[in-house]
Design a protein around this ligand. Structure first.
Ligand code: FES
Length: 165
């Protein structure tokens, strides 16, 4: 498929590429992936191939990076992406129970998206908020000291605000 990114994305991509020597376009890979993921929801093979073409690198170089970092998604994600930290300190404070509760509440397993396309559940490594465990990130916001009641409230708020839109 011949992917075309928006003019706005392409200008931003060109601006970032311009920050590096012309033979080092590859250095722009991480920010470029953020830009195209924001536009495309996730990094499909076609999207990654287009990025490789723009940066004049091999597609495998893009795949390697996109599959290594948890902030990149190679499958479609829901409107609300819940990323539960499951590293040591959060595990000690109940990350596993948090994940189990979210799975039962949303009716999905880690890595899946609800059938209405609203929620995707992932587990990630330390998000740097260990003192506030257990916690998850949703969008740009952290939700900390999670309890079942807090999770219920967050899910309700997301559902309400998505109905309003
Ligand atoms: S271990 Fe969860 S935020 Fe650090």
């Amino acid at each position: 498929m011949n992917i075309q990114f928006s003019q706005e994305s392409m200008s931003e991509i060109q601006r970032i590429i311009g920050q590096y020597p012309s033979e080092r376009k590859k250095s722009a890979l991480l920010p470029v992936l953020h830009i195209v993921q924001k536009e495309s929801n996730y990094l499909s093979v076609d999207v990654m191939d287009k990025v490789a073409e723009i940066l004049e690198i091999k597609p495998i170089e893009v795949y390697e990076v996109a599959t290594f970092y948890s902030m990149y998604h190679t499958k479609p994600v829901g409107k609300y992406l819940i990323e539960v930290c499951h590293t040591g300190p959060c595990m000690i404070c109940g990350a596993e129970k948090t994940v189990e509760y979210l799975e039962s509440k949303l009716g999905i397993k880690v890595g899946e998206t609800t059938s209405d396309g609203l929620f995707t559940l992932k587990t990630v490594e330390c998000l740097g908020a260990c003192g506030y465990a257990p916690m998850f990130q949703m969008g740009e916001q952290y939700y900390e000291h999670l309890t079942k009641d807090k999770i219920d409230e967050i899910i309700i708020q997301c559902t309400i605000s998505s109905n309003d839109n």
